[in-house]
Design a protein around this ligand. Structure first.
Ligand SMILES: Nc1ncnc2c1ncn2[C@@H]1O[C@H](COP(=O)(O)OP(=O)(O)O)[C@@H](O)[C@H]1O
Ligand SMILES: [Mg+2]
Length: 352
C-alpha cells in the first residue's frame, strides 16, 4: 500500500475505536492524531474529568504501545509512560541521571520516563519551571543527555517516534507554574477539551460507564503497530501537497493576526503569529488532509487546524479579555477573544 493509503487507513481505524470509548470528542481526537503524524506534540487543556488522560491512554493502546519494550543505541524504550507532574518532581525524574552501582563500582545511566514512544505528561503546569524546561527541551531536540552521553529519542527509519501529550487544568491557579508563552509553542497544538457538547452526548458518556467494573479503554486492542506512526510522518511530510492558493491564504492569515498589519485585529490580539507558527500551521494542515484521505491540502484543512495551532501562540488583547471576564466568562474569555479574532482574520484572508 502506498504511504498515504496506509496513513488514512490506520487513522480511520484508530479514530473509529477511540471514539467508542472517548465519547463526543471526534474533532479533538482527530487533532491529536494529526499532531502525531505531523511530528508535533500536543497540550490538552481542560478541567479535570473530561477524559484527557483517557484519550492519551487509549491512543497508546491502539498504536500498539502497551507493554512494548525496545532498545535503541543502548537505551531502553517503553511503549508509553505517564508522569504525574508535581511540585517536587525534578528534571532528572523526567530525563534520567547517572547512579552509582556498588557491585560494578561504576556510574551507570538510569533512563527516565522520557525514554518511550508516547509520554503522557499529566498536569504539566504543576511542576517547577526547571522540570518543565527539561521536558520541553527533550521535546524540541528529540534527544537527552545523561552523564555526558547524548541519546536520541527518535529514529524514524527504525520506526521510533517520540510524541508527548501533556495535560493541564487552566482553572487551577494555586500552586501551579504556568508554562511561559515562549515555551508553549513547543506544542504543535493546544487542544481545548471542553465539557460534553450536548445533553445527548453526556448521556452517552454515562451509559458507557453504567454497568462495568473496569475502564472501557481496557478493552482496546492495537489496530496498527508502532512503526505506523513513524512511517505516517515521513509519508505526510513528503507526499501531501500544498497548492499555491492555500499557501497564499495561510500566509495572509498569519500576517493578519499581527495587530500592526490589520487595524480591525488590534481589538483581539496584542501579539500575532510568528513564521514558525505559520510553518506549524501548514504542517498540521497537511497531516489533517492526510487523515481525510487526501494528498492535497484544502482550505477546510487549514480552517480545521488554525485555532488549535495558533491559539497558544497569539497574545489576546488584554482589554478585550477583561471586558469578557467581567461579564462572567472568567475562564473562557482568553479562548473566546482568540477564536473570534482568528475567525475574522481567516475570513479576511480568504477574500481576494
Ligand atoms: N467523553 C467521555 N467519554 C468517555 N468517558 C469519559 C468521558 N468524559 C469523562 N469520562 C470518564 O471520566 C473519567 C475521568 O477521565 P480522565 O481521563 O481521568 O479525565 P481527565 O484526565 O480529563 O481528568 C474516566 O473514567 C473517563 O472514562
Ligand atoms: Mg487526567
Amino acid at each position: 500500500m502506498s504511504g498515504l493509503g496506509e496513513v488514512s487507513e490506520g487513522a480511520r481505524a484508530i479514530l473509529r475505536e477511540l471514539s467508542r470509548v472517548v465519547v463526543g470528542y471526534d474533532e479533538e481526537l482527530k487533532l491529536v492524531l494529526a499532531a502525531l503524524v505531523a511530528g508535533g506534540h500536543v497540550l490538552l487543556e481542560g478541567v479535570p474529568g473530561v477524559a484527557k488522560t483517557t484519550m492519551a491512554k487509549g491512543l497508546a493502546r491502539l498504536l500498539g504501545l502497551d507493554g512494548l519494550e525496545t532498545t535503541l543505541d543502548g537505551a531502553p524504550f517503553r511503549g508509553w509512560s505517564r508522569v504525574q507532574f508535581t511540585p517536587d518532581l525534578l528534571p532528572s525524574d523526567v530525563t534520567g541521571s547517572l547512579v552509582f552501582n556498588p557491585a560494578t563500582r561504576e556510574f551507570e545511566p538510569r533512563f527516565g520516563p522520557v525514554f518511550c514512544y508516547l509520554l503522557l505528561a499529566d498536569e504539566i503546569n504543576r511542576a517547577i519551571p526547571r522540570t518543565q524546561s527539561a521536558l520541553l527541551q527533550a521535546m524540541q531536540e528529540r534527544e537527552v543527555t545523561i552523564g555526558g552521553r547524548t541519546y536520541r529519542l527518535e529514529d524514524l527509519d527504525r520506526g521510533k517516534f517520540f510524541f508527548v501529550i501533556a495535560t493541564q487544568n487552566p482553572v487551577e491557579q494555586e500552586g501551579t507554574y504556568p508554562l511561559p508563552e515562549a515555551q508553549l509553542d513547543r506544542f504543535l497544538m493546544r487542544v481545548i477539551v471542553g465539557y460534553p457538547s450536548s445533553m445527548e452526548v453526556e448521556k452517552e458518556v454515562y451509559r458507557l460507564h453504567l454497568y462495568r467494573a473496569t475502564e472501557p479503554i481496557e478493552d482496546l486492542e492495537p489496530v496498527v503497530e508502532p512503526g505506523w506512526a513513524a512511517r505516517a510522518r515521513v509519508a505526510v511530510a513528503r507526499e501531501v501537497k500544498v497548492p499555491e492558493h492555500v499557501l497564499e491564504v495561510a500566509v495572509r492569515l498569519v500576517r493578519l493576526t499581527r495587530p500592526e498589519v490589520y487595524e480591525p485585529i488590534s481589538r483581539y490580539f496584542e501579539l500575532g503569529a510568528s513564521p514558525r507558527a505559520g510553518i506549524s500551521l501548514l504542517k498540521a494542515a497537511k497531516a489533517y488532509a492526510a487523515l481525510e484521505g487526501r494528498d492535497e491540502v484544502r482550505l477546510e484543512d487549514l480552517e480545521a487546524v488554525a485555532f488549535p495551532v495558533l491559539n497558544h501562540r497569539l497574545l489576546p488583547n488584554t482589554e478585550s479579555v477583561v471586558e469578557l471576564s467581567v461579564s462572567g466568562r472568567r475562564f473562557t474569555a482568553r479562548y473566546e477573544v482568540v477564536k473570534e479574532g482568528l475567525y475574522k482574520a481567516l475570513n479576511e484572508a480568504k477574500k481576494s
